[in-house]
Design a protein around this ligand. Sequence first.
Ligand code: G3P
Length: 251
Amino acid sequence: MKKLMAANWKMYKTWDEARGTAEELVGLAAGKLPADREVLVFPPFTALKAVGDVLGPVAGFSAGGQDYYIQEEGAFTGEIAPKMLKDAGASFGLTGHSERRHVLGENDEYVGAKTAYGLKEGLKVILCIGELIEERKAGRVHEVLERQLRAGLKDVPTDIDPERLSVAYEPVWAIGTGEVAGPAEIVEAHEFTRKILVSIFWKKANEMRILYGGSVKPGNCAEIIALDNVDGVLVGGASLQGQSFSEIVLA
Ligand code: G3P
């Protein structure tokens, strides 16, 4: 299973900045990318085509859409369909990110509908899960992860190609705070996630990637990526510069 090194640029970068960073990344990392790693960038929608055009032709690199709606087309002002993402060069979609859950108000059911719909429409999907600090302090990590996983995967066919579905464990308290989860916390959460995936998808679950996200930096990536059941990373802040993300990709 290839490690998936993913960048989430969130609401940063104009078209030109995004294209420039994508070109820098390819220049720094493409020639050295180990055969067992894949690189993925989630730019903002307005820069998806520009970034897809840069990354698409490079072996091991791809682009994805940070969000999408659960209809093929129609009167849904402001929304964007999976087929439009694919048309712009995306092969991946992201669901359940903590900012969409906790800032934009998406609930478990909607995240589940979105995950299943993106897969049905031919995207590869990364479902994000993760607990709030209050939930961790209250000893509720497993309860929260299990709820988000079962609801998020409720309508995904159990015969899904395991390469098309990944989970990203992103503890909300570690996102953008500089406070990375400790190795024991990561291993514990990933092992639990794998266990729930196995209960849903049986053997196939061992071929699904579980990514870690939350304050991943060039200096901590090598240690994180070597942990059990860590099959990649999803990086926010440190992915915004070509130099630092290329160090992460090659760590
Ligand atoms: O999706 C990536 C993410 O939310 C982590 O952000 O800035 O902590 O790497 P950051």
